[in-house]
Design a protein around this ligand. Structure first.
Ligand code: HEC
Length: 202
């Protein structure tokens, strides 16, 4: 663009508002960059769709597959699937994470007794998994879901239930609830079903 052509007004000041405008070209570097983005865009689109055959759906699927491998899908075992090895593993998890509040014998301390028939949040396997996963933050029970993950939680829940001597207690008891006729699970628990007279945690 030659100098001569610069700074020429478009000449529409007279039209209405008196505002005048130059008809200067864009700087070369700017125009060059702009044209480059177009060329790049076309090239990228060809590469994306026709050379590497990529797509958003594929990228998403690949990312999900990667994430599933990195963070295995939480598979919460049902009561029936739990093995004695799971309970043993659960015991280790409990000893590391839980005894500070529930005690080595699960009789409670800061947290409630886990061996009796009294459950604040329900005593089925599902309930216990739910309580451990989500915690009860306002009452001081931590949210273990993000810390332990569902697999460990299913094991520690199995351990807790295996130590529960209350009337709903034990893996056997919890599993028994699958056949409704087998156990009066819905019946209200007596105040002290264990009969051990242990003081109840608040
Ligand atoms: C910082 C203390 C603390 C730790 C650590 C802790 N808990 Fe608790 N837990 C509590 C408190 C407090 C409650 C009672 C919540 C309420 O009153 O609602 C509770 C409640 C529970 C309950 C529900 C009891 C019921 O009666 O329904 C279960 C099950 C439980 N905890 C399991 C665990 C397990 C398993 C761990 C280890 C992974 C654990 N807790 C670690 C403090 C703790």
């Amino acid at each position: 663009m030659s100098r001569k052509e610069r700074d020429q007004v478009l000449g529409h000041a007279a039209e209405n508002d008196g505002i005048e405008e130059y008809d200067n070209p864009l700087p070369d570097w700017w125009l060059g960059l702009f044209l480059f983005t177009i060329v790049w865009g076309v090239g990228y689109a060809i590469d994306y769709h026709f050379i590497h055959h990529r797509s958003q759906a594929k990228a998403y699927a690949a990312e999900v597959a990667w994430a599933e491998k990195k963070w295995p899908k939480p598979e919460v075992a049902t009561e029936a699937q739990l093995t004695p090895e799971d309970i043993a593993a659960g015991k280790e998890i409990f000893m590391i994470n839980c005894i500070g509040c529930h005690g080595t014998d699960l009789h409670g301390g800061i947290g409630p007794n886990l061996t009796d028939a009294e459950w604040i949040h329900g005593g089925t396997y599902k309930d216990v998994v739910h309580t451990i996963t989500n915690g009860v933050p306002p009452k001081g029970m931590p949210t273990w879901g993000p810390i332990l993950g569902q697999v460990k939680i299913s094991k520690v829940a199995a351990f807790v239930l295996s130590k529960n001597t209350g009337e709903k207690g034990g893996i056997e008891g919890a599993a028994g609830q699958a056949t409704p006729a087998a156990t009066p699970a819905a019946a209200p628990a007596p105040d002290d079903a264990t009969g051990d007279g242990a003081p109840k945690a608040p």
